[in-house]
Design a protein around this ligand. Structure first.
Ligand code: NAP
Length: 304
């Protein structure tokens, strides 16, 4: 019998029915437990909030399966030598697409002007069409690519930027410059790695057209906060909608809370849903048991 240690106690209530159900549907005979002797554990289901930090005694464990897409809080754990898989889940992707499309349309249509209009100003200025509003998506992975195609379906001209060369996508420093210079709305869907930290710094913010909008559902550390605040104050950046922060919850005294050009959403862009994520976990365990390659393996050297 395969033993699965569910090492994310705060999420157990959501998964205690869904995970055994998904394992049954995948044809995996397994026992899911919340406590076990390390040497008996075949797979670990993990979240960054887990108390489990030392993986050394788990010498039989075939894989650690993260319930989170972003793995920056576990990828550098030197005791973790087992394969690490991250979460790529249809529910997560759909949630992110909805958040990104919703906030893109809000800024594109200038909805705030009409929703908050205490002076009852009759301003008949029409927004441009989506086809006239270039959007750049930084990070064209599972989430960025899905957001890009949803925005393209609405006629936004979308430029993507990624680390490696891929069709229809910019890459490298020159590609980043081009992607930022052309964008009225920039969406950040990069992982947090040493290479992406402070990627949007003062110099790169200055490349964007005046009044451009930033949407950050990626990670807080992708942006140099002081540089963004200065760019917002100067009007170089028109609006920022931020879902992720260096410190979460965002501290009460943080200037983002009261900045008139910033919208704070509390890391809710996309949630891992137990009903769909349990199937991803179960499929990876089925693969592990069948000797097939795992899905969504994290590359430790690149950090995502
Ligand atoms: P992913 O599939 O791993 O995609 C990451 C993308 O970023 C890839 O296109 C990758 O390029 C690119 N990239 C990585 N490092 C780069 C660099 N140095 N320069 C340029 N491009 C780089 O990840 P995902 O599933 O789309 O998730 C993206 C991030 O979203 C996660 O890491 C997490 O931080 C965040 N997230 C947030 C929420 C939320 O609720 N706010 C929810 C889920 C995830 P290649 O394609 O060339 O590899």
């Amino acid at each position: 019998m395969t033993t699965i240690l569910f090492a994310a106690p705060a999420l157990w209530a959501e998964y205690q029915t869904e995970l055994p159900k998904a394992l049954g549907e995948a044809g995996v005979a397994a026992e899911v437990v919340t406590d076990a002797l390390p040497e008996t554990v075949d797979y670990i289901v993990y979240a960054p909030s887990s108390p489990l930090q030392d993986f050394t005694p788990y010498n039989r464990t075939k894989a650690v399966l993260s319930l989170w897409a972003g793995v920056e809080r576990i990828v550098g754990n030197a005791t973790l030598t087992q394969p690490l898989c991250r979460m790529v889940d249809p529910g997560l992707t759909e949630g992110m697409v909805e958040w990104v499309v919703g906030h893109t349309l809000r800024h594109h249509l200038g909805m705030d002007r009409h929703i908050v209009n205490p002076g009852h100003v009759w301003d008949p200025t029409c927004p441009p069409l989506a086809r006239e509003r270039p959007v750049t998506v930084l990070g064209m992975g599972a989430l960025g690519a899905a957001c890009a195609s949803a925005l393209r379906a609405l006629n936004f001209p979308v430029t993507g930027w990624s680390r490696t060369e891929k069709p229809g996508c910019l890459h490298g420093e020159a590609g980043l410059t081009e992607a930022l210079q052309g964008a009225q709305i920039v969406v950040l869907l990069l992982p947090k790695t040493p290479e992406t930290e402070n990627l949007l710094n003062a110099e790169r913010l200055a490349l964007m057209p005046e009044g451009a909008v930033i949407l950050n559902p990626g990670r807080g550390a992708l942006i140099d906060d002081a540089a963004l605040l200065a760019a917002l104050d100067a009007g170089q950046i028109g609006q920022a909608t931020l879902d992720v922060f260096r410190v979460e919850p965002l501290p009460a005294e943080h200037p983002y809370w009261i900045h008139p050009r910033v919208t704070v959403t509390p890391h809710i862009a996309a949630d891992t849903r137990a009903s769909t994520a349990a199937r991803v976990i179960a499929e990876n365990i089925r693969r592990g048991e069948a000797g097939e390659p795992f899905l969504h393996l994290v590359d430790r050297t690149r950090g995502y």
